[in-house]
Structures are given as structure tokens and as C-alpha cells.
Design a protein around this ligand. Structure first.
Ligand SMILES: Nc1ncnc2c1ncn2[C@@H]1O[C@H](COP(=O)(O)OP(=O)(O)O)[C@@H](O)[C@H]1O
Ligand SMILES: [Mg+2]
Length: 235
């Protein structure tokens, strides 16, 4: 066994990126959004990703979450090379393993809270309507919004809307949660509520979390900070 194999066996990396590069090409312009990114995120870790605006944080999170394919490099999820998977296999892995939270919540405005939370389960085979509803109720309860299941997003505060988005992200019990500036649109009290929920998911459910943030105070509450500048990792 090589040293590298021993390393991957003992450390149980959820995600391993080696030599990841992402280039966006539009007309005449080429943007190197990520260059030679090498990251391993271990099971149960809560990491934050920091860097100036335009440095590649969202691109990195989208690559981590299989929303966007890298231009170069290898990415392994639980040891499996996901850069080789076909689009429908990627969609399935994404749906079962990964939950997303965005700065602007991305809720469906004409669906009630419970129906928003159920959405990821609609893509799961073998779940009945009542099983979906039960799981959605549990997720809503986990974020403390059981009294709001029939509300529409517009009837909720920003912090409550983000809690609905978290419930939707965790309803399928993903092992990995990715959050792109989840507190960026919230005041600090609401932001702290969101952080408390993330910490609980990490500690009590063992969910691995990667969170982009501009806030050094929030980053300091996480296990480790990955810093990006101009698409490159900085020490
Ligand atoms: N879909 C895209 N097409 C072309 N360029 C993009 C696209 N998304 C991001 N970029 C460019 O890639 C760089 C990194 O963007 P991004 O990852 O959004 O940065 P951050 O999240 O750190 O603000 C920026 O220069 C941005 O303009
Ligand atoms: Mg961004």
C-alpha cells in the first residue's frame, strides 16, 4: 500500500480535490476562476471559505457541490472520482449526498413552507407522499419552524426564510452541506440563529459543512478556514 492510500483510508475524506482548475470562457474573455486547488475535507468537519469578492469562492462551492464541472483536475467524493460521472449520475449523487444553502434563500415564492421543504424528495424514488410529508415536517421542526408550515415565504422574516432553506437542504439527510454566504442578507442576530442551526447539525448529526463567509467572526467559529485569492489557495 502506498502512503497516499494509507492517508485516504485513515482520514476518511468526504471530498478530495486535486489540481482543480475552473476556466470560464465567454466570447473573447477567459477567466481563470480557480487555479490548482488542492483541498481535503474530512467527515464531520465544519470549514469556512473566505476571500475577496470575485476570488472564486462561489465557483469553488459550486464545484464542491457538483453544480459546476471543473475544467481540470480530479475530485473525489467518498473516494469516488466524480469528475468521470455522467450528468444523470451526478444529479443523483447531488440529490442524495449534498444540501445547498444560498445567500438569497432561493425559495419558491408560490409554494408554502412545507411544500418548499419537500422539493428535494420529489426526485427520490420509492417515497410515498405521506413519507415525504413526514420527513419535511421533521426538517421544519429541526429548524424551529413547526408553527409556520402553511406560510408562504413572503410572510416570513429573512431569518425564517433562511431556516426554511436549511430545512429544504437537510430534508434528504445529506452528509454534506454547502452554504454560500448563508448569513450575508441577514442582520447579526438572525445570522447567529442560522449559525446555531449549522453548529447543531454539525455536532449532533455529524453533517460535514463548507460555508463561504465574509465574516471573520463566523469563520472563527469553524474548525478551519480555507482562504482564496484570485482563484488560488493562500496559506
Ligand atoms: N458563469 C460565469 N461565467 C463567466 N465568468 C464567471 C462565471 N461565474 C463566475 N465568473 C467569474 O469567475 C470569478 C470568480 O467568481 P465567483 O466564484 O463568483 O467569486 P466570489 O464568489 O468569490 O465572489 C469572477 O471573476 C467572476 O466574474
Ligand atoms: Mg460568491
Amino acid at each position: 500500500m502506498t502512503l497516499q492510500h494509507a492517508h485516504t483510508l485513515t482520514k476518511a475524506a468526504v471530498l478530495e480535490l486535486s489540481g482543480i482548475e475552473k476556466i470560464y470562457r465567454t466570447d473573447s474573455l477567459e477567466t481563470v476562476a480557480l487555479a490548482n486547488i488542492n483541498i481535503a475535507i474530512e467527515q464531520g468537519e465544519f470549514v469556512s471559505i473566505m476571500g475577496p469578492s470575485g476570488s472564486g469562492k462561489s465557483t469553488l462551492l459550486n464545484v464542491l457541490g457538483l453544480l459546476d464541472a471543473p475544467s481540470k483536475g480530479v475530485m473525489r467524493l467518498h473516494g469516488m472520482d466524480v469528475t468521470k460521472l455522467k450528468e444523470n449520475a451526478i444529479a443523483q449523487v447531488r440529490n442524495q449526498e449534498i444540501g445547498f444553502i444560498f445567500q438569497s434563500f432561493h425559495l419558491v415564492n408560490d409554494l408554502r413552507v412545507l411544500d418548499n421543504v419537500e422539493i428535494p424528495l420529489l426526485y427520490r424514488k420509492g417515497l410515498s407522499g405521506s413519507e415525504r410529508k413526514q420527513l419535511a415536517l421533521e426538517a421544519v421542526q429541526q429548524v424551529g419552524l413547526s408553527s409556520r408550515t402553511k406560510h408562504f415565504p413572503s410572510q416570513l422574516s429573512g431569518g425564517q426564510q433562511q431556516r426554511v432553506a436549511i430545512a429544504r437542504a437537510i430534508v434528504g439527510k445529506p452528509k454534506l452541506l454547502l452554504a454560500d454566504e448563508p448569513t450575508g442578507n441577514l442582520d447579526s442576530a438572525m445570522g447567529d440563529e442560522i449559525m446555531n442551526i449549522l453548529h447543531t447539525l454539525n455536532r449532533e448529526h455529524g453533517t460535514t459543512i463548507a460555508m463561504v463567509t465574509h465574516d471573520e467572526r463566523l469563520a472563527a467559529q469553524t474548525d478551519r478556514v480555507i482562504r482564496i485569492f484570485d482563484g488560488q489557495q493562500v496559506a
